[in-house]
Design a protein around this ligand. Sequence first.
Ligand code: HEC
Length: 382
Amino acid sequence: MDIRHSSFVIRHSFVIRHSSFLLACLLISAGCGRSSAPRFPLNTEGRKPGDISEAQGRAIDETLVKLLGTPDEPNVPEGVGFDVELLRASAGSRLGLFRRHCVKCHGLSGGGTGPAAGMLNPYPRDFRTGPFKYTSTAGGAKPSLDDLRRTLRTGVPDTAMPSFARLPNEHIDALVEYVGYLSIRGETELYLLQLIVDEDEYLPVHELTALALDEGLRPVAGLWVEARTMVVVPPPEPPTDTPERLAASIEKGRRLYAEKDAQCVKCPGPDGNGDGEEDELYDDWNKPKKGVTPQQTGELAGRYMRPIQRLRPRNFCEGIFRGGNRPIDLYWRIHVGIKGTPMPAVGPAPGTDGVYRPEEVWHVINYIRSFSSKPQAVHPAP
Ligand code: HEC
C-alpha cells in the first residue's frame, strides 16, 4: 500500500511539474511567452526541484549565452571547428530548419523532450549528453558528419525518427551542424552544472566563461573534429558468390557469434530473436533512472522529464536494423558497437585488438543476415 501510495505521489508531482514545464516550452516555442527572444531551457535532468538555485541557473545561462548564443542567434567561438553560417541557417523561429522539422521531438535545446516525445519508444535522442548510437567511428568517438547525414536521410527504422531524404543537401548539412552544436552546448552545460552546482564553485561570469571555454567547450568540440578522422574502413567482403561459399561464411559467423568473449548470445540470444539471458537492459539515458528497488526507481525516475524505458535487443529474424540495412551499416554496428547502449564494440580500436578481426566481422554479418527471410532493403548510398 505504501509503495503504491508513494509511487502515486511521485507520478502525480511528476505530471504537475512536467506539464507546467511543457506548457512553458510550448509558449516559448510559439513565441507568445515573452516578447524577448527564447532562451535554451536549463538541463535539470536527474536533479531534484530546488537543487539548482536561481543564481546558479542564471550564472549557467549567462555563461552559455556568452559562449554559444541563443536559439535565434547561435554562435561558436572561433577556432573550435564549427561553421556559424550553417548554424544560423538552422536556427531561428520562422525559417529555422531545426524548429520547423525537429523541435517537436528533440526539443529546443536538443534534450529529446519535445511535446511529441513522451509517447515515443525509444525516446528521441537527448543530444546534450554526448553519445550518438549509429556511428562509423572507432573507440567511443563522436559521430562523423556523414553518420549524422545518413541518419537524417534514412531516418531510424522501427523508431519515430523520420527520414528527411527530401530536404536539399544544404539543409541536411545545416541541420547536422546544428545537432553537433546542440551537443557541444549540452556537454558544456553539463560541465558548468558540475562546477557550479555539484562543486559549489562561485565565480563571476567572465571567469566562468574562460573556464567553460578551455575545460568544457574546446575539449569536446575537439572530439567532434577528431572523429572525422576516425571512421572505420572495412576490409573487402569475403566472397559469397556461390551457395557453398556463403554457407561456409555463415558457419564461420555462427561459431564467432557463439564465442563467449563477444557475448552476443547474452542479448540477441542464441536464436537471434532478442531473447538472450539479459532481460533488463537500459541505454545511458535511462540507466540513471534505475534504482535497486521499485521505490528507488520511482524516486530517481521522477527527477527526469520522461519515465524510465527499457531497451529491447534486436530480433534479427525481423531483418530491421536501426542503424541501416546496408552491409557497411551492419559492419559498423558490430565493429564500433552502438554507443550509449550495452551493445559493445568488438572490432579493433586505438589501444585494443578487439574481440573479432575486421574480416571476421563480415562472417558474423552473413550469419546475422541468414536469420531474416525478408529480402534486405537496399538503402541509397549516403
Ligand atoms: C517524430 C519525432 C522525431 C522527429 C520529428 C525528429 N526525430 Fe530525430 N530521433 C527521434 C527518435 C525517436 C530518435 C531515437 C532513435 C533511436 O534511439 O534509435 C531520434 C534520433 C535522432 C538522432 C540520433 C542518431 C544517433 O546516432 O544516435 C539524430 C542525430 C536525430 N534524431 C536528428 C534529428 C533531426 C536533425 C531532426 C529534424 C530534421 C529530427 N531528428 C527529427 C525522433 C524524431
